[in-house]
Every structure is written in structure tokens, then in C-alpha cells.
Design a protein around this ligand. Structure first.
Ligand code: SF4
Length: 419
């Protein structure tokens, strides 16, 4: 196989011609690979775990951050660090609005709740700041978040980059942020996949910018800042093409797609429909698009059953963000407690009458302000927390489980978003 050309955009291609790191990783479970990339019409995963959501959120936040630096035409400086409290506040809102009450971003283990992930995010953002000051100060931003494609004489190799920078007189570096921990060389499969991904970056940079002074670098931010790099070399290009081509040919020849349960099943969006679990989730019931909860599952606090009478009247929509947050507070904080339930019963009796008053009253404006003031206190109330969403059989800590082998959970979906 040899490189014919490179592009900064994907072109439409049949599945059997595409090679990406996501595909390579997902192929470890053939059923998962089939659902994600082969099935026609393409099915939607039932949910996205907060494990993956944290990585997606962090990448989007950092992307906007560097786009602002790029727009200002300034070199990266030590005062370009992230505002960690702002990162956390935005994540809480993203979880509440995008996750708790809609489909994605489920906390899928009862032993870990939103606050555990928030603590992890704080560590990741703090480590990122230290890295930026130490390693990126003085760099020029060349590109932020983009597609890359390599056309070979057989297949198309694809990826996405987070950031490209250049230090005056130095290598051009394609940076890939990882919110997990680094793969260990002793767990060869993960380590090799990571090196191949970085090799793809280096090959693309070589052909895109016409220089060999290029490298791809992954930065793992969960435990300190660990860098893993691949500098361009003709032997790297040869290895990437050899490995990627062999993988694609093997998968194209595959005749069946059996599920192979693994330690990512808890976080797998296909779990509710996976034959390995016969319609039941690996360890947790997950509410999903069109996928009913198993009968044994604890029913979710139903936002649909009860109405936020007053807030809906004040904001004139049951879908207003403020109403959504109040519903979350009611379902997650008040409903589980006896005193909270008494308060809700009283509210149910008095709410409709009060709502009628606010509906046509000039007091609506004041009520809006009062509710918004109240909502500013909600993050301090720890909304939502462990046990909010699910009941999980497995109580082993995530890190303990992950440490049992080279677990792709450290990297999959947490920062690796090559596609
Ligand atoms: S739940 Fe596990 S076995 Fe089933 S598709 Fe997902 S990763 Fe594969």
C-alpha cells in the first residue's frame, strides 16, 4: 500500500474502504463493530456514557479555547490557561441538560456519580493548564479541530485532530488530548493502537505540510501529563500502512459478528440490544431511545408524570432550561426523601392555583428572577449524584477494574475521537 494523496476533509466512501482508530478499537467486539459501522440502515447506540461524555465535553471546551487564541493571532502564553471553575460549571449544565433528561451521558455505575466525574474533570483541566504553561507557551496555533484523510492505493485512512502547533524553528506537532491514562507498553494491543494513531497523524502531516519535521503526540491528562509521540519517518509510514491494510482486509473477510463480552460492556451503548445479554444490560438498566427498561429495573423518576406548574407558567414552556433543571432537582433530590415527598404533595395541591396566578400576572417577571437566583444555587446542591440513575450490581471501583489489564476504557471515548 502507498499514499496517493491527503486531504483535510473526508470524502464519501463505502465502509469496506475505511480505516480509523475507532473502527480498529471497536472491532475487538465484532457485534459492537457491526452495530456501529456495518448495519444498514445504521442504528443509533442506545446511550452514551458519561465516561465518553466527559471526553467529548472536554474536547469541545478546549477546542473553543484554542479557536479564540487562533483568532487573536497571538502565540500561546501562560495566561491562556483554562478557567477550571468555569469548565466544571459548564460540565454540570451539559450533564443536566444534555444528559439527565435526554438520551446521552448516563452515569452507568451506581458506585460513581456525577461528582466523581467532576472531580476527574477538575484534575484533567488542572493538569492541562500545567501542560499548557510548560509545553505550549510560545507555540503558534496552526490548526484547531479538523478532519484528516489519507488516500492510499487501496483504502482511506481517517482521523480528527485536536490541535496543530509549531514552535519557532521546531517540529510541527499534532496534539491529541486524552482524558484517560496512558496505555502501558506491557498491554501491547492498546499501546500498538495508540502508536498507529500517532503514526497516522505523522504521515498525514508529512504529506500535508511537505516536511518531515512533524509528529503526532497524545497527551494523557488523568494522572499528571504523560506524552506519547510518533515522529515521522519512512519506516513509520510503512508500518502504519502495513498494519492498517492488514486490519481492513481481515475485517472485510469476516463472515460473522458475534458479541465478545469485555470490560467495556458496562459502558457500551449497544448493551441494551446486545445478544450477549439477551435484552438485559451487562450490569445496569439503562433508559434509552425506544429501548424499554427491563422489568426489574428501577423506574426513573418520571419527569413526564408530574408537571412543574409554577415554573412552566412563569417561563411559558415546559422545555425551558430553567424548568428542566427544576424538574431534575425535584426528581433527584426531593423525590427520594420522605420530607421531600411531603413537600411535593403540598406543591401538587397548591401548584396549579399558584401557576394560574403567575400565568397572567405582572409578578411573572419577579418570579423569573427569583427562580433564576435559586437555580444559581443548584450546582452547590450537588445535582445529580451517585445512585441517581441506576442500580448496578458491580461495585468494584472503576480504577481497580481498569487496572486488571490494559483497559481501553482509559482511552476509548475519553479523548480519543479519531473517526
Ligand atoms: S455489550 Fe459488550 S459484548 Fe455487547 S456489543 Fe457491547 S462490548 Fe460487545
Amino acid at each position: 500500500m502507498k499514499v496517493l494523496s491527503v486531504a483535510s476533509r473526508y470524502s464519501e466512501q463505502p465502509e469496506e474502504l475505511l480505516i480509523t482508530i475507532s473502527r480498529v478499537k471497536d472491532a475487538a467486539c465484532p457485534y459492537r463493530y457491526f452495530k456501529a459501522y456495518v448495519e444498514r440502515p445504521k442504528a443509533q447506540a442506545s446511550f452514551e456514557s458519561i465516561e465518553a461524555g466527559l471526553g467529548t465535553f472536554f474536547h469541545a471546551y478546549v477546542e473553543n479555547h484554542f479557536k479564540r487564541i487562533l483568532a487573536s493571532d497571538a502565540l500561546i502564553a501562560s495566561n491562556h490557561t483554562l478557567d477550571v471553575p468555569d469548565v466544571v460549571a459548564n460540565f454540570r449544565l451539559a450533564f443536566l441538560w444534555e444528559g439527565r433528561l435526554r438520551a446521552p451521558y448516563k452515569v452507568v455505575r451506581s458506585t460513581y456519580g456525577l461528582d466523581d466525574f467532576i472531580r476527574r474533570l477538575e484534575v484533567v483541566a488542572t493538569n492541562f493548564n500545567a501542560f499548557l504553561v510548560r509545553r505550549l507557551s510560545g507555540h503558534r496555533v496552526v490548526g484547531v479541530e479538523g478532519e484528516l484523510q489519507i488516500r492510499t492505493d487501496e483504502f482511506y485512512i481517517r482521523g480528527k485532530h485536536d490541535l496543530i502547533t509549531q514552535y519557532p524553528g521546531g517540529d510541527m506537532v499534532l496534539w491529541d488530548w486524552k482524558t484517560g491514562t496512558a496505555p502501558k507498553p506491557e498491554y501491547y494491543e492498546d499501546f500498538r493502537n495508540q502508536k498507529v494513531q500517532l503514526g497516522i497523524y505523522a504521515v498525514w502531516m508529512r504529506h500535508k505540510y511537505g516536511t518531515t519535521a512533524v509528529r503526532g503526540t497524545a497527551v494523557y491528562l488523568r494522572d499528571g501529563t504523560v506524552e506519547l509521540s510518533e515522529r515521522f519517518h519512512p519506516s513509520v509510514e510503512a508500518e502504519v500502512l502495513l498494519y492498517a491494510g492488514a486490519w481492513r482486509r481481515r475485517v472485510n473477510a469476516q463472515a460473522s459478528y458475534p458479541p465478545i463480552p469485555n470490560n467495556l460492556c458496562d459502558w457500551c451503548g449497544w448493551n441494551p440490544v446486545c445478544p450477549a445479554y439477551q435484552g438485559q444490560s451487562a450490569s445496569i438498566p439503562v433508559r434509552s431511545h425506544g429501548s424499554p427498561l427491563p422489568a426489574s429495573a428501577p423506574q426513573p423518576a418520571s419527569s413526564e408524570r408530574r408537571t412543574c406548574f409554577i415554573a412552566t407558567a412563569v417561563f411559558e414552556s415546559s422545555d425551558a432550561p430553567e424548568v428542566t433543571m427544576l424538574r431534575a432537582f425535584r426528581d433527584l433530590r426531593l423525590s427520594p426523601h420522605p420530607v421531600g415527598r411531603v413537600i411535593l404533595q403540598i406543591y401538587d395541591r397548591l401548584g396549579p392555583a399558584a401557576a394560574a396566578i403567575f400565568k397572567c400576572s405582572p409578578m411573572r417577571f419577579m418570579a423569573k428572577r427569583a427562580i433564576r437566583l435559586l437555580l444559581r444555587l443548584l450546582p452547590d446542591l450537588g445535582l445529580p449524584q451517585a445512585n441517581d440513575s441506576v442500580g448496578v450490581a458491580d461495585s468494584r471501583p472503576v480504577l481497580d477494574r481498569d487496572a486488571t489489564r490494559g483497559n481501553p476504557a482509559h482511552t476509548t471515548g475519553c479523548g480519543s475521537h479519531v473517526e
